[in-house]
Design a protein around this ligand. Structure first.
Ligand code: IMP
Length: 468
């Protein structure tokens, strides 16, 4: 039997590039879609066949392809209650996950004290409060005294009583350390217990499961969560997530040796976004926008608030980039899927994009949300601004600086591309896309040294154009 292969798809910017839609679009050419990092901090939205949307957090985005196996790898962290709820939600859509969904028994479990610690400490970074960082940090700390800090699904199934007792101790220790009183952990543990029973049939105890599938000819698509700039090592540390998000990490958390790797697909969005704090060189409105979007941890200027106060058409015509950022957020509905926080918006940054393409060896690039570029036709400049060069301390640089301090000092050069008037929603042929958009694609290919796979032309499931 000829073995199969694996491709890796990752986001190239700060997350929320629309990876899930591209996964859903490409899934028919694969037998397995697998997650290798992160957990319920990911918000992957896909269109249902009847035109609605579903938001997935932990389950891979190919749920509507009934023949596809869905795998959650050992590099992921699992929130039992949320996973059980997600399974229930998908089952309610008449999708049978039995025999399709497999969760590695080596994946770590998010414990109550992880959620507590994230709620206490995650504010400065602006985390999603899902306990992701504390869980990965306990994975590295492994154990303390006679108890596990890193409890994995397999441990829980082997000895649930011992593991729940350890979770309780882990929690008690933290509430004592942080002088927290009157917290009833018993109800939370009971809910986790019942969630575990729902998840039990999906836990994969064969640690070579994915390898055996590929050896028998199956084709895997790895689905990255978060994105390159949020990588715990290569991203804008410390304002990052706590897992490895770069392409190579698929072969650590995804439970397959790299020998099966075929190609790497990158997804970027035409108007960039970022949630949480941290440098963002091309942000409309710069640090003013960062402070505004992150006010009260991102919970102040939400979609409801902005819709009550602002008229996006008026703001779009403003000469202040801060106003343009608000208008683009409202028109593009750029608010967090998980957190509902306003996303900070920025110009497409070709220096950052090229950096991410080269660092990850991207072969094919998909640019999502190109329909939103049309809004630039209504700005006073009537053109699409794109960042094309960086300088640091007066010297040109062609990379993203490794430290936050340096990245905040970067000065950007902006070039303007002609805006287009026509709606691209519904277009299906690459050559019929507006000339200025094609010129931008050309520029991306030349600079980044990869080929365009396609572009997103609207939010609906079928709204995309492939280059072919
Ligand atoms: P955490 O992953 O919850 O620890 O959050 C760390 C940082 O990553 C915060 O700035 C989050 O807003 C960001 N982040 C985490 N998951 C996502 C995602 O799926 N999309 C975009 N940003 C994310």
């Amino acid at each position: 039997m000829k073995p199969g292969y694996s491709d890796v798809l990752i986001g190239l910017q700060y997350g929320d590039e629309g990876k899930a839609k591209v996964i859903d679009m490409l899934a028919k050419d694969y037998d397995i879609v697998a997650r290798f990092n992160g957990g319920a901090n990911a918000g992957h939205t896909i269109g249902t066949p009847d035109g609605k949307t579903v938001a997935l957090n932990q389950i891979p985005s190919a749920i509507f392809h009934s023949n596809i196996i869905l795998y959650i790898g050992s590099g992921c962290v699992v929130n039992l209650e949320k996973l059980a709820a997600e399974i229930e939600m998908i089952t309610a859509l008449h999708i049978d996950l039995n025999g399709r969904l497999h969760v590695s028994d080596q994946a770590s479990v998010i414990q109550p004290h992880h959620l507590l610690l994230d709620s206490i400490m995650g504010g400065t970074i602006g985390t999603t409060k899902n306990g992701i960082g504390p869980c990965y940090s306990d994975k590295a700390r492994r154990m303390y005294k006679d108890r596990l800090l890193n409890i994995r699904l397999g441990d829980l199934l082997d000895d649930p009583d011992a593991c729940f007792a350890m979770m309780r101790k882990n929690f008690d220790e933290e509430i004592e350390a942080h002088y927290i009183q009157n917290v009833d952990i018993a109800a939370q543990l009971a809910r986790m217990h019942s969630a575990l029973e729902k998840i039990r049939p999906f836990v994969q105890r064969d640690t070579l499961f994915l390898l055996k599938q590929v050896q028998s000819g199956k084709r895997v698509l790895f689905e990255g969560a978060q994105s390159v700039m949020l990588d715990v090592t290569k991203g804008s540390v410390p304002y990052v997530t706590s897992s490895a998000t770069v392409a190579g990490s698929a072969y650590v958390g995804g439970d397959l040796p790299p020998v099966y790797h075929r190609k790497t697909i990158g997804v970027a969005k035409a108007i960039m976004s970022r949630v949480g704090n941290g440098p963002f060189a091309s942000e409309f409105g710069g640090e003013k926008s960062e402070a505004y979007c992150m006010e009260d941890g991102g919970n102040k200027n939400t979609r409801d608030t902005e819709e009550k106060i602002y008229d996006p058409a008026k703001l779009l015509a403003s000469s202040d980039p801060f106003d343009i950022g608000i208008a683009l957020r409202m028109l593009g509905r750029e608010y967090g899927t998980v957190s509902k926080r306003p996303r900070r918006l920025g110009m497409l940054d070709l220096v950052q994009l090229t950096h991410a393409v080269k660092m990850n060896g991207i072969d094919l690039l998909f640019l999502t949300k190109c329909d939103l570029l049309k809004d630039f036709g209504k700005t006073s400049a009537k053109s699409i601004p794109v960042v094309t060069a960086y300088s640091l301390n007066g010297q040109p640089i062609d990379f993203v600086p490794g430290s936050n301090g340096a990245y905040r000092k970067v000065k950007v050069t902006i070039e303007e591309y002609a805006a287009f008037e026509e709606s691209i929603s519904g277009m299906k042929h690459w050559k019929k896309l507006p000339k200025s958009l094609l010129a931008l694609m050309d520029q991306i290919e030349k600079r980044a040294g990869c080929n365009m796979l396609g572009v997103g032309t609207g939010p609906e499931r079928e709204e995309y154009v492939l280059r072919k």
